[in-house]
Write a protein that binds this ligand. Structure first.
Ligand code: ADP
Ligand code: G3P
Length: 504
């Protein structure tokens, strides 16, 4: 039977999905499942890694059942994942020794602060391209080794393994055989030297993390091994592409030339510029990271990570109960008659780029007696665009590259009000991918290229299609007035540092 399809696993922050894609890039099956979010204390976010694994298995099964595609028709599997989220597990039993600590979680803030206070910021930035923040995996590994009894000793003996979700899933899928990660995910751990392309012994020593527990780092598009037949309905299929979801979206958007930029509006927003073969080290708190490495050649990227964007819309739906579903936010914003005087700063888990304030918490400004539900929803939607402008302005400061067009994707990019406001606020045209699942497409492309399913990037260019375009329409004066208000709101948010103690 000819192998006609690629299967991708996109394991995101709130849900996991499996897609089956044909040679023309058409989605043949799309199965999605949400999993539990645990918030054991304010600011902490955890997942159950076994629940994630079960969710992945069930979406794969559903994708096969709904499409009638046979597992032996799959040419390769690609994996893409929420990045930084950290799992430590027992090599023998395969069981995690603690919940997965999610990228958003602030529980390791003290460890990060200590590193900062002790003057390691420059050293860590030079080696890893990152700023010291609880966001990255390093402090999360340290926290688990500190808080699980006997863990440090077991890690030193080689009994424990660390992995981001790509590593965890490929380890599970391979029948607990291979322990690997890829350049893009490794570059988000704060343990990886992005110039030498190896784990950094100085940082490992500083954090007392044994090298033994770290995965082998591989390229983004190569055969890492095969699925265990018992997990894949009798077929051993090559696992041939892996990438962190934001880098995967960059690849899926075919933003493969230096200076090309994409923004993915999912749980958070991640603005990534491909900077080619040379890393650009930010002087303004953006991250230098690895976009992808193929056939031994690495492309770097500059990234601004915004922690809360689409999840603020979820918050409007689930916690505030102001909308029934995410798309409702568009109609509410259009019907709002406010003059945009309300600002919501959704710093629920601190602020990411370019502020890196782990202790900031959300705030609302500009309420009047006349403010209503729609005005509030509009302000939350606008906050997604304001946060992206913060990053785009910073990118300009670092690179002096004026972005000609912003390619967008991710769930919240479906919101036309938001995309128009974003284009207005940036004064940059926006192109939305016709298929906003570019994250999955990226992993499919990487896996497909590795096994010759597609011959070259030229083949991929036939597949990628631009959907709707948005042109800036706002007057300069208005744009800068609105943005000025946002800057004030952020400043005030960062000044407010007060936390009522938890009941014991
Ligand atoms: N029409 C919409 N308007 C605004 N936000 C939306 C819309 N549709 C989806 N979202 C938001 O997008 C997010 C889901 O996007 P997705 O790309 O699947 O995220 P992730 O990969 O982080 O799980 C959710 O947080 C949801 O609130
Ligand atoms: O779950 P997403 O798609 O918002 O992505 C999360 C990022 O990878 C975190 O760095």
């Amino acid at each position: 039977m000819p192998q006609k399809y690629i299967l991708t696993i996109d394991e995101g922050t709130t849900s996991t999905r499996a897609l089956i894609i044909d040679h023309d890039g058409k989605t043949i099956a799309d199965s999605q499942r949400e999993f539990s979010q645990y918030f054991p204390h304010p600011g902490w976010v955890e997942h159950n890694a076994n629940e994630i694994w079960n969710a992945v298995l069930s979406t794969i099964a559903n994708a096969f059942i709904s499409s009638s595609v046979q597992p032996n028709q799959i040419a390769a599997v690609g994996i893409t994942n929420q990045r930084e989220t950290t799992v430590v597990w027992d090599k023998k039993t395969g069981l995690p020794i603690y919940n997965a600590i999610v990228w958003q979680s602030r529980q390791t803030n003290e460890i990060a602060q200590k590193l900062n206070k002790n003057g390691y910021a420059d050293m860590i930035h030079d080696k890893t391209g990152l700023v010291i923040d609880p966001y990255f995996s390093a402090t999360k590994v340290r926290w688990i080794l500190d808080h699980v009894k006997g863990a440090q000793e077991r890690a030193e003996k080689g009994e424990l393994l660390f992995g981001t979700i790509d590593t965890w899933l490929s380890w599970k899928l391979s029948g607990e055989k291979f322990h690997v990660t890829d350049y893009s995910n490794a570059s988000r751990t704060m343990l990886f030297n992005i110039h030498k392309l190896d784990w950094d012994d100085d940082i490992l020593k500083l954090l007392n993390i044994p090298r033994k527990m770290l995965p082998e780092v591989k390229g983004n598009s190569e055969v890492y091994g095969k699925t265990a037949t018992y997990h894949f309905y009798g077929s051993a299929v090559p696992i041939a592409g892996m990438a962190g979801d934001q880098q995967s979206a960059l690849f899926g958007q075919l933003a493969l030339e230096s200076g090309m930029v994409k923004n993915t509006y999912g749980t958070g927003s991640f603005i990534v510029m491909n900077t080619g073969k040379k890393p650009i080290m930010s002087a303004n708190n953006l991250l230098t990271t690895i976009a992808y490495g193929i056939n031994g050649e690495v492309n770097y990227a500059l990234e601004g990570s915004v922690f809360v964007s689409g999840s603020a819309i979820q918050w409007l739906r689930d916690s505030m109960q102001l909308i029934e579903n995410a798309p409702d936010s568009e109609e509410a914003a259009r019907k709002s008659t406010s003059q945009d005087e309300v600002y919501v700063v959704p710093a629920f888990t601190g602020l990411g780029a370019p502020y890196w304030d782990a202790e900031a918490r959300g705030a609302v400004f500009g309420l009047t007696r006349g403010t209503n539900r729609r005005d509030f929803i509009k302000a939350v939607l606008q906050s997604l665009a304001y946060q992206s402008r913060d990053v785009v302005d910073t990118m300009y400061k670092d690179t002096k590259i004026k972005i000609p067009v912003l390619r967008v994707d991710g769930g919240a990019s479906n919101n036309n009000y938001l995309m128009q406001f974003q284009s207005d606020l940036l004064n940059i045209p926006i192109e939305r991918a016709a298929n906003v699942e570019t994250t999955s497409m990226g992993a499919a492309f990487l896996a497909g290229l590795a096994v010759g399913f597609w011959d070259s990037v030229d083949d991929l260019r036939q597949i990628y299609k631009v959907g709707k375009k948005f042109q800036p329409q706002m007057e300069e004066e208005r744009r800068e007035e609105l943005y000025g208000g946002w800057r004030h709101a952020v400043k005030a948010t960062m000044e407010f540092k007060y936390q009522v103690k938890e009941d014991k």
